[in-house]
Design a protein around this ligand. Structure first.
Ligand code: PBG
Ligand code: ZN
Length: 349
């Protein structure tokens, strides 16, 4: 937070009536001059789901307006988004086969690999980011490889899962991904995949770290969307506790030190403090407005309980907190609003 100087009390209130009147800024003509933050179409990253088992778009019921697509449609989907002005997408894959070691996650002909290849072939200028995790590919639904614990339970094994993430990262880079986004919250995953990518010659592939990712119930709809629900337990053994601001800061700090090119906070709307905190690293901060935030807004708007203005409000407040980029399921909707409703500048809102 910037240091603020306090102005003389006398200046604020010298007589019966205020001298300083904030409402002067709010007159219609003046208001645009003092707008501090803007939402540009270049700020938006659109998440997309690709499913190996389908041949036509499949609606996601908990996220109205969102679909799973077959990899064969990746080019067309990207063309549409790019023509609207969206520059970046984040890809998730749903494979036909799941197993305990997530082997289809690094299949060179796997769902994400095919979708990336299709997309870069059709729209080479689209920035293609891949979510890098195992939970869509494991039959147990956890974000890596499990190891037995003494009490007859299983836990996410950190270091053997790192090796898995390295392999997946390289396969995404091979397919043509511009950026990989490790979302597992494994310790050391950023440093590990940076090393692996560099040693395979992929020094130009960026890492967008899910650096401060909370164990949140707001990922519920996503688990239907990506078929990544877990068969037992929860993700509290690896994702950060919602109550802990310092711990979340430290998570991003570690990823910064390990070489992350972008830091990310999720869920975005309830994490303005963390977004603001981690701007300190001077690494671009990405806010992920997650599936549950989308679902809440959509549901309230459908019921007529909220007006759709909440969509823009939810996003501009992330810019206000300090985010450089926003991942949102509203990306397509918002880019249409931005380019459609501004008379003076079609580039911003
Ligand atoms: C995979 C992953 C998840 C999300 C992004 N990547 C689910 C989870 O961690 O349980 C959630 C995104 C959303 O809810 O929109 N690890
Ligand atoms: Zn995962």
């Amino acid at each position: 937070m910037k240091e603020r100087k306090i102005i003389y009390k006398a200046h604020v209130h010298m007589s019966m009536f205020p001298i300083t009147r904030m409402r002067r800024y709010r007159r219609d003509l003046i208001r645009p001059l003092v707008q501090e933050t803007h939402l540009h179409k270049e700020d938006l990253i659109c998440p997309l789901f690709f499913d190996e088992a389908i041949t036509a778009p499949l609606p996601i019921s908990s996220m109205p307006g969102q679909y799973r697509y077959p990899a064969s449609m990746a080019g067309k989907v990207a063309e549409n988004l790019f023509s609207l002005g969206i520059r970046a997408v984040l890809l998730f894959g749903i494979p036909k086969q799941k197993d305990s070691l997530a082997t289809s996650a690094y299949d060179p002909k796997g769902i994400v690999q095919c979708a990336v290849f299709e997309m870069k072939k059709t729209v080479p200028n689209m920035v293609v980011i891949t979510d890098l995790c195992a939970c869509e590919y494991t039959e147990h639904g956890h974000c890596g490889i499990l190891e037995p614990e003494p009490n007859n339970k299983y836990e996410l094994a950190n270091d053997s899962s790192l090796t898995l993430m390295n392999t997946i990262a390289i396969s995404h880079a091979q397919a043509g991904a511009d950026m990989v986004a490790p979302s597992s919250m494994l310790d050391g995953v950023v440093g590990s995949i940076r090393d692996a990518l560099d040693n395979s010659g992929y020094t130009k592939v960026c890492i967008m770290a899910y650096s401060s990712k909370f164990a949140s119930a707001l990922y519920g709809p996503f688990r239907e969307a990506a078929d990544s629900g877990y068969s037992f337990g929860d993700r509290k053994g690896y994702q950060a506790p919602v109550a802990n601001r310092n711990e979340a800061y430290r998570e991003s700090e570690l990823d910064a030190l390990e070489g992350a090119d972008f830091l990310m906070v999720k869920p975005a709307g309830w994490s303005g403090d963390i977004i603001s905190d981690i701007c300190a690293f001077n690494i671009p901060v990405v806010a992920y407005q997650v599936s549950g935030e989308y679902a809440m807004i959509m549901a309230a708007c459908e019921k007529g309980w909220l007006e759709e203005d909440v969509i823009m409000e939810s996003l501009i407040s992330l810019k206000r907190a300090g985010a450089s980029l926003i991942i949102t399921y509203f990306a397509e909707e918002v880019v249409k609003r931005i380019t459609g409703c501004s008379h003076h500048d079609t580039n911003s809102q």
